[in-house]
Design a protein around this ligand. Structure first.
Ligand code: UDX
Length: 460
């Protein structure tokens, strides 16, 4: 089978390289020539652990192009993995999807081809895409072209493991088209491939469940899954606030409730709230889809509000200790929306830096991986860069831990805090485990804030 993947973002690249690893001939298509040139040179435009190694192993099966004319006619299956970023209204911007669908349609050649939607698309998009195909395909015939919705559930940072060992594969569409996708995914469904040495099969993992459903249900599954995970996080954050009021510890609480198998412990980590390209966009899109039907979604609206409030609470914690922020030097550790990625989309650190700068603080930021990307994308923010986490803390009045990179866990906090001017640590990811031997004011999320504890006291 010949595969073309349209869009070489996080999802498209991961999918292309994974399918090439499974042995398919894959063409990755992007209209961004610079990206394609980098890929041709074997250089990844994104940071994803282990992806460079898998690219090297799968290189022989991969071709990169900017040309629909060249790649679409020879493809049996065409994956559409273009971005659908949120518009200010909360609705997804479908411009890239529309233009990709048109270009694919114009180049379909009359043999049996399947177009797979992997992008998170608004519910009902498959119908809309069918109309684009009818309008623009030269050889359109419904028995020959069909659309399958195959939402992607991979997480950035663990994309390879999530793609090779998924919990489930969701396939929405007409049975004959879904059957083709079953064939394509057979090595994954049967787990018959040899795992790459650097991405071993997780212990206890057997094989994914396959969900065969309709186009619309498949589209809905993706949104409902992301919204549910976002709800869990907002729930934990709301409980964390109450823990601070009553003097309980959110980690003990979520650990305790999570032992109930109906709840589970995952996605209950309280902190700076969710960020990234999916949760904010997908929750807003669901609310706005509801609005189109006059259907209110109060639970989701509340989850979004709690997430927004969580970011302001972090700055308020800092203000409680430092009072006036004007002229204070604040270090922000971590810029990426979560560890093990350089993705800055909807990162809490962005809002922290913007708010701190607007309050007159001088911000020094550090991220192990995302700083070069921030230089390109965060030019509108006022901050300076530090060379390392400890350099960021030197002379600072306070530090906010915005992303839970392992590098920050491993930092010699005793030594680093000693170099600060005022020792205020706002641990917005509940990352600190080791009590310090030096006195410092440490605030975490959902822990008894009481009279501000010092790390030394916390250890007592
Ligand atoms: C998410 C979904 O998990 C994935 O299935 C979907 O395909 C895309 O969206 P991703 O955005 O890569 O993946 O990251 P994820 O690990 O889900 O984290 C999202 C955000 O939630 C991050 O900002 C993370 O810091 C935050 N989070 C996650 C919490 O605050 N608490 C948690 O317990 C878990």
């Amino acid at each position: 089978m010949n595969i073309t993947i349209v869009g070489t973002g996080y999802v498209g690249l991961g999918t292309a390289i994974m399918l090439a690893y499974l042995g398919y001939r894959v063409t990755g298509l992007d209209t961004d020539l610079q990206k394609i040139e980098r890929l041709r040179a074997g250089d990844l435009p994104i940071y994803e652990p282990g992806l460079d190694e898998l690219l090297r192993q799968a290189q022989g099966n991969l071709t990169w192009t900017t040309s629909y004319e060249e790649s679409i006619p020879k493809a049996d299956i065409i994956f559409i993995c273009v971005g659908t970023p949120a518009l200010p209204s909360g609705q997804p911007n479908l411009t890239y999807l529309e233009s990709a669908a048109r270009s694919v349609a114009r180049n379909l050649d009359g043999k049996t081809q399947i177009i797979v939607n992997k992008s998170t698309v608004p519910i009902g998009t498959a119908d809309w895409m069918t109309r684009i195909l009818e309008e623009h395909a030269v050889h359109y015939h419904t028995n020959r072209y069909d659309i399958v919705s195959n939402p992607e559930f991979l997480r950035e940072g663990t994309a390879l493991s999530d793609s090779l060992y998924p919990d489930r594969i969701v396939l929405g569409g007409r049975p004959w088209a879904v059957a083709r996708l079953h064939e394509l995914y057979a090595p994954l469904i049967e787990q018959s491939f040899t795992p790459p040495p650097h991405v071993p099969r997780p212990s206890g993992y057997t094989r994914p469940a396959v969900v065969n459903t309709t186009l619309t249900s498949a589209e809905m599954i993706k949104y409902a899954a992301n919204a549910f995970l976002a709800l869990k996080i907002s729930y934990a954050n709301e409980m964390a606030g109450l823990c601070e009021c009553v003097g309980a510890d959110i980690e003990e609480v979520t650990g305790g409730i999570g032992l109930d198998a109906r709840i589970g412990t995952r996605f209950l980590a309280a902190g700076a709230g969710w960020g990234g390209s999916c949760f904010g966009k997908d929750t807003s899109a669901l609310v706005s889809t509801g609005e189109e039907y006059g259907y209110d979604m109060p639970i989701l609206r509340a989850a979004i509000d709690v997430n927004r409030r969580q970011r302001t609470l972090v700055i308020e914690k800092l203000q409680r200790h430092l009072r006036l922020l004007k002229g204070k030097r604040v270090a922000v550790l971590g810029m990426a929306f979560k560890p093990n990625t350089d993705d800055l989309r909807d990162a809490p650190a962005h809002d922290f830096i913007a708010r701190l700068a607007s309050l007159g603080a001088s911000v020094v930021a550090y991220d192990p991986v995302a700083m070069p990307r921030a230089r390109q994308e965060w030019g509108h923010l006022q901050y300076s860069e530090a060379r390392s986490a400890s350099a960021a803390l030197a002379g600072a009045d306070a530090v906010i831990i915005a992303t839970e990179w392992d590098e920050f866990r491993l930092l010699d906090w005793d030594a680093a805090v000693l170099t600060m001017r005022t020792r205020v640590v706002i641990d917005a990811r509940n990352l600190l485990r080791m009590p310090l031997s030096v006195a410092a004011t440490v605030e975490q999320i959902g822990k008894d804030a009481g009279p501000a504890p010092t790390m030394a006291q916390a250890s007592a």
